[in-house]
Design a protein around this ligand. Structure first.
Ligand SMILES: [Mg+2]
Length: 234
């Protein structure tokens, strides 16, 4: 009898889940802010779990720039450019989080598992951050959800599901889709779409907090690849 492989769609958050580029995120923002407004970035909203769309509007507003939404497209371009010229620094100052590479590679070898991202980053930054640590191979960026798509992370998950359906003609059952991230925002975005959430306590939230936010499972890190696979494949 032919047994179909277990189908899974894994949607990775990037910052503090797979990689940590530390102060580089703010530096890139400040550079883009200067390009767009001519001003120094003096205040920055808390970035954890937020989409670039919302961060841009909030930071422009904090500096009294009128009609912040009218600058979004230019800002995205400036962010991509500011990232492009800092690729070497991202690699130098950032790090791949423990277990992240092993987890992605292990899942890439598991039949039926598709991997993409749902991230607050715009796509060029998402690709650059993962490329800096050689993590892009198994990731299908075409079907991801990005910070320029919407401010709501739940919408980013919804878009990723739609893009997967459009590209592959396949829809996944809710229990076959896993959002993996380090903040309660990641967990909430999964829950809003009725899909599974795995919290990883590699950011500022504890495993307990991620559980309390509704995560189906919460891991201390991605180091325990076997535990992760167990949760994913059941
Ligand atoms: Mg994150």
């Amino acid at each position: 009898m032919y047994v179909q492989p277990t189908r899974r769609l894994v949607l990775w958050d990037i910052d503090k889940t797979l990689v940590d580029i530390g102060g580089m995120s703010r530096e890139i923002y400040a550079a883009a802010f200067k390009i767009v407004t001519g001003l120094e970035l003096e205040h920055m909203p808390n970035m954890a779990g937020k989409a670039d769309h919302d961060l841009i509007i909030a930071s422009l507003r904090l500096h009294g720039i009128p009609e912040p939404a009218s600058h979004l497209v230019e800002f995205y371009g400036a962010l991509a450019a500011a990232t492009e010229v800092r690729k070497a620094e991202i690699k130098q100052h950032g790090r791949c989080l423990p277990g992240a590479r092993e987890a992605i590679e292990r899942l890439a070898k598991t039949p039926g598992v598709m991997q993409s991202v749902v991230t607050g980053n715009i796509r060029p930054i998402a690709e650059a951050k993962l490329a800096a640590f050689d993590l892009t191979g198994p990731i299908d960026f075409d079907i991801g959800g990005y910070g320029s798509d919407d401010g709501e992370r739940a919408m980013l998950v919804r878009l990723a599901l739609q893009r997967t359906q459009q590209k592959y003609g396949v829809s996944y059952l809710p229990e076959q889709v896993f959002v993996i991230g380090d903040t309660p925002y990641d967990v909430a975005s999964a829950k809003a779409n009725n899909v599974r959430a795995i919290g990883v306590a590699s950011g500022s939230s504890t495993a307990g907090e991620l559980h309390a936010a509704g995560a189906d499972a919460a891991l201390n890190s991605l180091r325990d690849t076997r535990a992760l696979v167990q949760v994913l494949l059941g």
